[in-house]
Design a protein around this ligand. Structure first.
Ligand code: GTP
Length: 333
Protein backbone atom coordinates (compact mmCIF):
# COMPACT_ATOMS: atom_id res chain seq x y z
CA UNK A 1 0.00 0.00 0.00
CA UNK A 2 1.33 3.46 -0.94
CA UNK A 3 0.29 6.55 1.02
CA UNK A 4 0.21 9.97 -0.62
CA UNK A 5 3.42 11.93 0.16
CA UNK A 6 1.46 14.23 2.47
CA UNK A 7 -0.19 11.41 4.39
CA UNK A 8 3.17 9.66 4.59
CA UNK A 9 4.91 12.75 6.04
CA UNK A 10 2.14 13.12 8.61
CA UNK A 11 2.36 9.48 9.61
CA UNK A 12 6.18 9.51 9.73
CA UNK A 13 6.18 12.45 12.10
CA UNK A 14 4.60 10.18 14.69
CA UNK A 15 6.85 7.14 14.09
CA UNK A 16 9.55 6.16 16.52
CA UNK A 17 13.11 7.30 15.80
CA UNK A 18 14.59 4.25 17.48
CA UNK A 19 13.43 1.04 19.09
CA UNK A 20 13.74 0.77 22.88
CA UNK A 21 16.48 -1.81 23.47
CA UNK A 22 17.36 -1.28 27.12
CA UNK A 23 16.47 -3.95 29.65
CA UNK A 24 16.30 -6.70 27.04
CA UNK A 25 18.58 -9.63 27.79
CA UNK A 26 19.53 -11.00 24.38
CA UNK A 27 21.61 -13.80 25.94
CA UNK A 28 18.41 -15.37 27.31
CA UNK A 29 16.74 -15.49 23.90
CA UNK A 30 19.30 -17.73 22.29
CA UNK A 31 20.22 -21.21 23.44
CA UNK A 32 23.92 -22.06 23.97
CA UNK A 33 25.84 -21.89 20.73
CA UNK A 34 25.77 -25.64 20.26
CA UNK A 35 29.51 -26.24 20.55
CA UNK A 36 28.95 -29.98 20.06
CA UNK A 37 27.59 -29.46 16.53
CA UNK A 38 30.57 -27.30 15.61
CA UNK A 39 33.06 -29.89 16.93
CA UNK A 40 31.40 -32.56 14.80
CA UNK A 41 31.69 -30.33 11.73
CA UNK A 42 35.35 -29.72 12.47
CA UNK A 43 35.98 -33.44 12.63
CA UNK A 44 34.23 -33.91 9.26
CA UNK A 45 36.44 -31.25 7.69
CA UNK A 46 39.07 -33.68 6.44
CA UNK A 47 36.35 -35.39 4.38
CA UNK A 48 35.28 -32.24 2.54
CA UNK A 49 36.66 -30.03 -0.23
CA UNK A 50 34.56 -26.91 0.24
CA UNK A 51 32.27 -25.25 2.78
CA UNK A 52 28.99 -23.64 1.73
CA UNK A 53 27.73 -21.27 4.40
CA UNK A 54 24.03 -20.54 4.03
CA UNK A 55 22.62 -17.36 5.52
CA UNK A 56 19.39 -15.37 5.26
CA UNK A 57 19.43 -12.73 2.47
CA UNK A 58 17.25 -10.42 4.61
CA UNK A 59 20.18 -10.05 7.05
CA UNK A 60 23.21 -10.38 4.77
CA UNK A 61 25.51 -8.39 7.06
CA UNK A 62 24.54 -9.49 10.53
CA UNK A 63 23.90 -12.57 12.61
CA UNK A 64 26.38 -14.91 10.90
CA UNK A 65 28.36 -17.18 13.18
CA UNK A 66 32.02 -16.00 13.08
CA UNK A 67 33.15 -19.42 14.30
CA UNK A 68 32.33 -20.98 10.94
CA UNK A 69 35.16 -19.12 9.28
CA UNK A 70 37.47 -19.44 12.26
CA UNK A 71 37.10 -23.20 12.57
CA UNK A 72 36.29 -24.26 9.02
CA UNK A 73 38.24 -21.53 7.21
CA UNK A 74 40.91 -23.88 5.84
CA UNK A 75 38.62 -24.95 3.02
CA UNK A 76 37.32 -22.86 0.09
CA UNK A 77 34.24 -20.98 1.24
CA UNK A 78 31.07 -19.95 -0.60
CA UNK A 79 28.42 -17.78 1.05
CA UNK A 80 24.89 -18.53 -0.16
CA UNK A 81 22.40 -15.82 0.80
CA UNK A 82 19.12 -17.70 0.62
CA UNK A 83 15.46 -16.59 0.75
CA UNK A 84 16.17 -13.86 -1.82
CA UNK A 85 12.44 -14.03 -2.69
CA UNK A 86 11.79 -12.38 0.71
CA UNK A 87 14.65 -9.86 0.57
CA UNK A 88 14.76 -6.34 -0.84
CA UNK A 89 17.93 -6.52 -2.93
CA UNK A 90 17.81 -3.01 -4.39
CA UNK A 91 21.26 -2.45 -2.87
CA UNK A 92 22.70 -5.84 -3.81
CA UNK A 93 25.92 -4.30 -5.15
CA UNK A 94 26.49 -2.43 -1.92
CA UNK A 95 25.89 -5.64 0.03
CA UNK A 96 28.45 -7.47 -2.10
CA UNK A 97 31.00 -4.67 -1.63
CA UNK A 98 30.45 -4.75 2.11
CA UNK A 99 30.96 -8.53 2.18
CA UNK A 100 34.04 -8.30 -0.05
CA UNK A 101 35.44 -5.86 2.52
CA UNK A 102 35.11 -8.66 5.08
CA UNK A 103 36.98 -11.04 2.77
CA UNK A 104 33.85 -12.77 1.43
CA UNK A 105 34.41 -12.73 -2.32
CA UNK A 106 32.25 -15.66 -3.34
CA UNK A 107 28.60 -14.89 -2.73
CA UNK A 108 25.47 -16.21 -4.47
CA UNK A 109 21.91 -15.06 -3.74
CA UNK A 110 19.36 -17.88 -4.02
CA UNK A 111 15.78 -18.86 -3.44
CA UNK A 112 15.43 -22.55 -2.74
CA UNK A 113 11.66 -22.24 -2.79
CA UNK A 114 11.74 -20.92 -6.36
CA UNK A 115 14.96 -22.76 -7.33
CA UNK A 116 16.38 -19.35 -8.30
CA UNK A 117 20.16 -19.09 -8.95
CA UNK A 118 20.69 -22.53 -7.40
CA UNK A 119 22.18 -23.69 -10.73
CA UNK A 120 25.11 -21.26 -10.21
CA UNK A 121 26.33 -23.14 -7.16
CA UNK A 122 27.92 -26.29 -8.64
CA UNK A 123 30.00 -24.43 -11.29
CA UNK A 124 31.19 -22.00 -8.58
CA UNK A 125 32.13 -24.82 -6.20
CA UNK A 126 33.91 -26.68 -9.00
CA UNK A 127 35.90 -23.55 -9.78
CA UNK A 128 36.81 -22.96 -6.12
CA UNK A 129 37.84 -26.58 -5.51
CA UNK A 130 39.73 -26.71 -8.81
CA UNK A 131 41.84 -23.73 -7.85
CA UNK A 132 42.65 -24.88 -4.31
CA UNK A 133 44.92 -27.54 -2.83
CA UNK A 134 42.84 -30.59 -1.80
CA UNK A 135 44.51 -31.67 1.45
CA UNK A 136 44.29 -35.48 1.87
CA UNK A 137 41.77 -35.65 -0.96
CA UNK A 138 43.73 -35.04 -4.14
CA UNK A 139 43.19 -38.64 -5.31
CA UNK A 140 39.38 -38.52 -4.85
CA UNK A 141 37.40 -38.07 -8.05
CA UNK A 142 34.27 -36.89 -6.27
CA UNK A 143 33.85 -33.61 -4.47
CA UNK A 144 32.28 -33.29 -1.02
CA UNK A 145 30.77 -30.10 0.39
CA UNK A 146 29.86 -29.29 3.99
CA UNK A 147 26.76 -27.10 4.30
CA UNK A 148 26.77 -24.93 7.44
CA UNK A 149 24.76 -22.00 8.77
CA UNK A 150 22.68 -20.70 11.64
CA UNK A 151 19.26 -22.39 12.18
CA UNK A 152 16.36 -22.14 9.71
CA UNK A 153 18.18 -20.36 6.88
CA UNK A 154 17.42 -23.12 4.35
CA UNK A 155 20.41 -25.50 4.47
CA UNK A 156 18.27 -28.62 4.01
CA UNK A 157 16.15 -26.82 1.39
CA UNK A 158 19.33 -26.03 -0.55
CA UNK A 159 20.28 -29.70 -0.66
CA UNK A 160 16.80 -30.63 -1.89
CA UNK A 161 16.83 -27.83 -4.46
CA UNK A 162 20.25 -28.91 -5.81
CA UNK A 163 18.97 -32.48 -6.16
CA UNK A 164 15.89 -31.22 -8.02
CA UNK A 165 18.06 -29.18 -10.38
CA UNK A 166 20.84 -31.68 -11.09
CA UNK A 167 19.37 -35.11 -10.45
CA UNK A 168 15.66 -34.43 -11.04
CA UNK A 169 14.94 -36.28 -7.86
CA UNK A 170 13.08 -35.53 -4.68
CA UNK A 171 13.83 -34.74 -1.06
CA UNK A 172 16.84 -36.05 0.81
CA UNK A 173 16.90 -33.68 3.79
CA UNK A 174 14.09 -32.82 6.20
CA UNK A 175 12.84 -29.21 5.98
CA UNK A 176 10.81 -27.32 8.55
CA UNK A 177 9.49 -23.87 9.39
CA UNK A 178 11.02 -23.90 12.88
CA UNK A 179 14.68 -23.72 13.82
CA UNK A 180 16.41 -26.94 14.84
CA UNK A 181 14.94 -29.41 12.34
CA UNK A 182 18.31 -30.90 11.38
CA UNK A 183 19.75 -32.47 14.51
CA UNK A 184 22.93 -34.21 13.40
CA UNK A 185 25.59 -33.98 10.71
CA UNK A 186 24.17 -36.14 7.91
CA UNK A 187 25.97 -38.72 5.90
CA UNK A 188 26.88 -37.73 2.35
CA UNK A 189 24.03 -37.04 -0.05
CA UNK A 190 24.63 -36.95 -3.77
CA UNK A 191 23.51 -33.73 -5.47
CA UNK A 192 25.13 -33.96 -8.89
CA UNK A 193 26.28 -36.70 -11.28
CA UNK A 194 28.68 -34.81 -13.55
CA UNK A 195 30.76 -33.65 -11.77
CA UNK A 196 30.14 -36.14 -8.98
CA UNK A 197 29.28 -34.01 -5.96
CA UNK A 198 28.11 -34.92 -2.48
CA UNK A 199 26.84 -32.64 0.29
CA UNK A 200 26.71 -33.04 4.04
CA UNK A 201 23.91 -31.21 5.88
CA UNK A 202 24.57 -30.00 9.43
CA UNK A 203 22.46 -28.67 12.32
CA UNK A 204 22.13 -24.87 12.59
CA UNK A 205 24.72 -23.32 14.91
CA UNK A 206 24.27 -19.83 16.34
CA UNK A 207 27.14 -17.56 17.32
CA UNK A 208 28.24 -17.96 20.96
CA UNK A 209 27.38 -14.31 21.56
CA UNK A 210 24.84 -12.22 19.67
CA UNK A 211 26.49 -8.88 18.97
CA UNK A 212 23.57 -6.64 19.92
CA UNK A 213 19.93 -6.70 21.01
CA UNK A 214 18.88 -5.34 17.62
CA UNK A 215 20.76 -8.11 15.80
CA UNK A 216 18.97 -10.53 18.13
CA UNK A 217 15.62 -9.06 17.10
CA UNK A 218 16.49 -9.32 13.40
CA UNK A 219 17.54 -12.95 13.86
CA UNK A 220 14.30 -13.62 15.70
CA UNK A 221 12.21 -12.05 12.90
CA UNK A 222 13.96 -14.37 10.44
CA UNK A 223 12.88 -17.34 12.55
CA UNK A 224 16.32 -18.50 13.67
CA UNK A 225 15.20 -18.92 17.27
CA UNK A 226 11.92 -20.18 18.73
CA UNK A 227 9.53 -17.18 18.93
CA UNK A 228 8.41 -17.74 22.51
CA UNK A 229 11.99 -17.30 23.79
CA UNK A 230 11.96 -13.67 22.61
CA UNK A 231 8.22 -13.13 22.99
CA UNK A 232 5.84 -12.80 20.04
CA UNK A 233 4.63 -9.36 21.13
CA UNK A 234 8.16 -7.93 21.44
CA UNK A 235 8.96 -9.28 17.99
CA UNK A 236 5.71 -7.92 16.54
CA UNK A 237 6.58 -4.51 17.97
CA UNK A 238 10.05 -4.56 16.38
CA UNK A 239 8.46 -5.72 13.12
CA UNK A 240 5.97 -2.83 13.17
CA UNK A 241 8.79 -0.36 13.88
CA UNK A 242 10.79 -1.80 10.94
CA UNK A 243 7.88 -1.89 8.48
CA UNK A 244 7.03 1.74 9.21
CA UNK A 245 10.61 2.94 8.90
CA UNK A 246 10.95 1.10 5.59
CA UNK A 247 7.58 2.41 4.42
CA UNK A 248 6.33 -1.13 3.93
CA UNK A 249 2.74 -0.37 4.75
CA UNK A 250 1.07 -3.43 3.25
CA UNK A 251 -0.06 -4.43 6.74
CA UNK A 252 -2.56 -1.53 6.75
CA UNK A 253 -4.48 -2.95 3.80
CA UNK A 254 -3.94 -6.57 4.77
CA UNK A 255 -5.65 -6.10 8.14
CA UNK A 256 -8.08 -3.39 7.01
CA UNK A 257 -6.62 -0.71 9.35
CA UNK A 258 -7.60 2.95 8.92
CA UNK A 259 -4.00 4.10 8.58
CA UNK A 260 -0.40 3.25 9.35
CA UNK A 261 0.31 3.35 13.07
CA UNK A 262 3.38 2.90 15.28
CA UNK A 263 1.54 1.71 18.39
CA UNK A 264 1.74 -2.08 18.56
CA UNK A 265 -1.05 -2.41 21.12
CA UNK A 266 -3.44 -0.55 18.83
CA UNK A 267 -2.38 -2.56 15.77
CA UNK A 268 -2.61 -5.94 17.53
CA UNK A 269 -6.03 -5.05 18.94
CA UNK A 270 -7.29 -4.35 15.42
CA UNK A 271 -5.65 -7.48 14.05
CA UNK A 272 -7.21 -9.62 16.78
CA UNK A 273 -10.67 -8.21 16.20
CA UNK A 274 -10.30 -8.56 12.43
CA UNK A 275 -9.26 -12.22 12.76
CA UNK A 276 -11.84 -12.96 15.45
CA UNK A 277 -9.03 -13.81 17.88
CA UNK A 278 -10.58 -12.84 21.18
CA UNK A 279 -10.72 -14.59 24.54
CA UNK A 280 -12.86 -14.54 27.65
CA UNK A 281 -11.07 -13.29 30.74
CA UNK A 282 -12.46 -13.27 34.30
CA UNK A 283 -12.16 -9.89 35.95
CA UNK A 284 -12.74 -9.44 39.66
CA UNK A 285 -14.99 -6.46 40.38
CA UNK A 286 -16.58 -5.11 43.58
CA UNK A 287 -19.72 -7.12 42.80
CA UNK A 288 -17.98 -10.38 41.89
CA UNK A 289 -16.38 -12.00 38.83
CA UNK A 290 -17.37 -10.75 35.38
CA UNK A 291 -16.40 -12.31 32.07
CA UNK A 292 -14.82 -9.76 29.72
CA UNK A 293 -13.99 -10.35 26.05
CA UNK A 294 -10.43 -9.25 25.33
CA UNK A 295 -8.37 -9.24 22.14
CA UNK A 296 -5.95 -12.16 22.03
CA UNK A 297 -2.76 -10.16 21.60
CA UNK A 298 -0.42 -13.13 21.30
CA UNK A 299 -2.55 -14.79 18.60
CA UNK A 300 -2.60 -11.47 16.72
CA UNK A 301 1.19 -11.11 17.10
CA UNK A 302 1.66 -14.65 15.83
CA UNK A 303 -0.42 -13.90 12.72
CA UNK A 304 1.43 -10.60 12.13
CA UNK A 305 4.81 -12.42 12.23
CA UNK A 306 3.64 -15.35 10.10
CA UNK A 307 2.26 -13.02 7.43
CA UNK A 308 5.52 -11.05 7.36
CA UNK A 309 7.58 -14.24 7.03
CA UNK A 310 5.47 -15.45 4.14
CA UNK A 311 6.46 -12.26 2.27
CA UNK A 312 2.96 -10.75 2.09
CA UNK A 313 4.15 -7.36 3.39
CA UNK A 314 6.75 -7.18 0.60
CA UNK A 315 10.49 -7.82 0.39
CA UNK A 316 12.54 -6.39 3.24
CA UNK A 317 16.19 -5.56 3.99
CA UNK A 318 16.61 -5.81 7.75
CA UNK A 319 20.26 -4.72 7.54
CA UNK A 320 19.48 -1.38 5.94
CA UNK A 321 20.94 0.44 8.97
CA UNK A 322 24.26 -1.41 8.65
CA UNK A 323 24.34 -0.76 4.89
CA UNK A 324 23.84 2.93 5.53
CA UNK A 325 26.78 2.89 7.91
CA UNK A 326 24.76 3.04 11.14
CA UNK A 327 25.19 -0.26 12.98
CA UNK A 328 22.54 -1.12 15.61
CA UNK A 329 22.54 1.43 18.42
CA UNK A 330 23.62 -1.06 21.07
CA UNK A 331 26.51 -2.66 19.14
CA UNK A 332 29.64 -2.61 21.30
CA UNK A 333 32.32 -0.45 19.63
N1 GTP B 1 10.63 -18.04 1.23
C1 GTP B 1 11.60 -18.95 1.29
N2 GTP B 1 11.57 -19.90 2.26
C2 GTP B 1 12.58 -20.81 2.29
C3 GTP B 1 13.65 -20.80 1.37
N3 GTP B 1 14.48 -21.81 1.67
C4 GTP B 1 13.96 -22.43 2.73
N4 GTP B 1 12.81 -21.85 3.12
C5 GTP B 1 11.95 -22.21 4.26
O1 GTP B 1 12.69 -21.96 5.44
C6 GTP B 1 12.37 -22.92 6.44
C7 GTP B 1 13.64 -23.57 6.95
O2 GTP B 1 14.22 -24.37 5.91
P1 GTP B 1 15.23 -25.55 6.24
O3 GTP B 1 15.77 -26.02 4.92
O4 GTP B 1 14.62 -26.57 7.15
O5 GTP B 1 16.35 -24.75 7.05
P2 GTP B 1 17.64 -25.31 7.83
O6 GTP B 1 18.67 -24.26 7.72
O7 GTP B 1 18.01 -26.67 7.30
O8 GTP B 1 17.07 -25.40 9.30
P3 GTP B 1 17.69 -26.12 10.64
O9 GTP B 1 17.46 -27.58 10.44
O10 GTP B 1 16.90 -25.51 11.72
O11 GTP B 1 19.12 -25.76 10.74
C8 GTP B 1 11.38 -23.90 5.77
O12 GTP B 1 10.06 -23.50 6.11
C9 GTP B 1 11.62 -23.70 4.29
O13 GTP B 1 10.49 -24.00 3.49
C10 GTP B 1 13.64 -19.77 0.35
O14 GTP B 1 14.53 -19.64 -0.49
N5 GTP B 1 12.61 -18.89 0.37
Amino acid sequence: MRLSPRALRAAQAAWRECFPLQGRDVARWFPGHMAKGLKKMQSSLKLVDCVIEVHDARIPLSGRNPLFRETLGLKPHLLVLNKMDLADLTEQQKIEQHLAGEGLKHVIFTSCIKDENVKQIIPKVTELVGSSYRYHRAENLDCCILVVGIPNVGKSSLINSLRRQHLRTGKAARVGGEPGITRAVMSRVQVCERPLIFLMDTPGVLAPRIESVETGLKLALCGTVLDHLVGEETMADYLLYTLNRHQLLGYVQHYGLDSACDDIEHVLKRVAVRLGKTRKVKVLTGTGDVNVIQPNYSAAAYDFLRTFRSGLFGPVMLDRDVLQGCPPADTPR
